[in-house]
Design a protein around this ligand. Structure first.
Ligand code: PMP
Length: 394
């Protein structure tokens, strides 16, 4: 039986990680996988997470099961973080999931149950796992234009022209902030236009919020999500705690499903419990519990927010430095977009050959579509990358 399996295409980013690991060069630079790293190249455990773990170790008396949709305290705390204190929480059905990936997967399964033929619109490009989960679930998807190869900003006219074709009941997958893989994001006016368009057409947004706090701050990064949540009757939000709490391996995520009809909300809540039960029964609890402790303890929360700001500002400073170094090396401002992009990633706009040359000639590893992880840099490696980009003629 098992011999009949067809080989699956390996994940390109995980493949790149293995190539990097096996490269013997001491001065190699990893700008591949999407994990935050500090100036020493370490993905640290945040102070508040360590403190909460210590408290939890002292206080926890059982490892018995939680609820099928996860702990209520976690779901309330996360809904507050994402939607803001003033939101009508009576509209929100939710379930804890294994990471943001689990939340995206569950959102798509929920759509499949509610509207079996629904078409899902995805940005071109998007996080590759969006496409592969859609394919795995046998769901129909269509790309909308998103990235302008010339300016390396958002091709907003192209995006809206493509979204003009959405039908009522279609789903539009949007990155709430810090677009992966491009780093290019809509401005508040453009978000307003998207909200108005979805309102007019009756399409449902599915917002992937994996980087709240990594772009312009915790509140600013949630602004687009809150705008859509406030204006539209139905909104799905798949959020991850992997990046902003630095708890990648704990697998903490959440799906929020908003409706404006109490009957639909109850149906949705029941369906989320059903979906968790079919897939894995109970969601992981350890990471979710740490997040709850941090968000509900003023001292822990203040410390977490302060450290998250340090992380965000570090990435912004690296962006500024890289844009400046590239101005010096190339004698032009054509890489100015790097300072405008937000989040961990920027798409450089290099060809696959140029990306391969950076790896072969300089030991610099980035994803084949020229996505680089800004957090993989430090103030010593920024000038090295800038020189290499200049030498590769990008
Ligand atoms: N969505 C996007 C856009 C992402 O970049 C990621 C992480 N790479 C996720 C979702 C999911 O992250 P995780 O499952 O690790 O929480």
């Amino acid at each position: 039986m098992l011999g009949n399996l067809k080989p699956q295409a390996p994940d390109k980013i995980l493949e790149l990680m293995a190539l990097y690991r096996d490269d013997p060069r001491a001065d190699k630079i990893d700008l591949g996988v999407g994990v935050y790293k500090n100036a020493l190249g370490v993905t640290p455990i945040m102070r508040a997470v360590k403190a909460a773990e210590k408290q939890l170790w002292e206080a926890e008396t059982t490892k018995s099961y939680t609820a099928l949709v996860g702990d209520q305290g976690y779901r309330d705390a996360m809904a507050g973080l994402i939607l803001g204190a003033g939101f009508d929480m009576g509209r929100v059905a939710s379930a804890a999931t294994p990471g943001g990936t689990g939340a995206v997967h569950m959102a798509l399964e929920l759509i499949k149950l509610a509207a079996p033929g629904a078409k899902v619109w995805v940005s071109d490009p998007t996080w590759p796992n969006h496409l592969s989960i859609l394919k795995h679930l046998g769901m129909e998807s269509t790309a909308y234009r998103y990235f302008d190869d010339e300016t390396r900003g958002v091709d907003f006219d192209g995006m809206m022209a493509d979204l003009a074709r959405v039908a009522p009941g279609d789903v539009v997958l949007l990155h709430g902030c810090c677009h992966n893989p491009t780093g290019a994001n809509l401005n508040p006016t453009q978000w307003g236009e998207v909200a108005a368009h979805l309102e007019k057409t009756g399409a449902v947004p599915l917002i992937d919020l994996a980087y709240q706090g990594f772009g312009d701050g915790l509140e600013a990064d949630a602004a687009a999500t809150r705008l859509l949540a406030g204006r539209l009757p139905e909104v799905l939000i798949a959020a991850s705690c992997s990046k902003n709490f630095g708890i990648y391996r704990e697998r903490a995520g959440i799906l929020l499903a908003l409706s404006s009809d109490p009957k639909a909300k109850d149906l949705t809540q029941g369906t989320l419990a059903y979906l968790n039960r079919q897939n894995f029964s109970f969601p992981p609890d350890h990471g979710a519990r740490l997040v709850t402790m941090i968000l509900t303890d003023p001292a822990l929360k203040a410390d977490w927010m302060a450290e998250l700001e340090e992380v965000r500002k570090n990435m912004l400073a690296l962006r500024e430095q890289l844009a400046q170094e590239l101005r010096r090396v190339t004698g032009s401002d054509r890489f100015g977009f790097i300072a405008q992009h937000r989040g961990m990633f920027s798409r450089l706009g290099a060809t696959p050959e140029q990306v391969a040359a950076l790896r072969a000639d300089h030991g610099i590893y980035m994803v084949g579509d020229s996505r680089l992880n800004i957090a993989g840099l430090n103030d010593k490696t920024v000038p090295i990358l800038a020189e290499a980009i200049g030498a590769a003629g990008i």
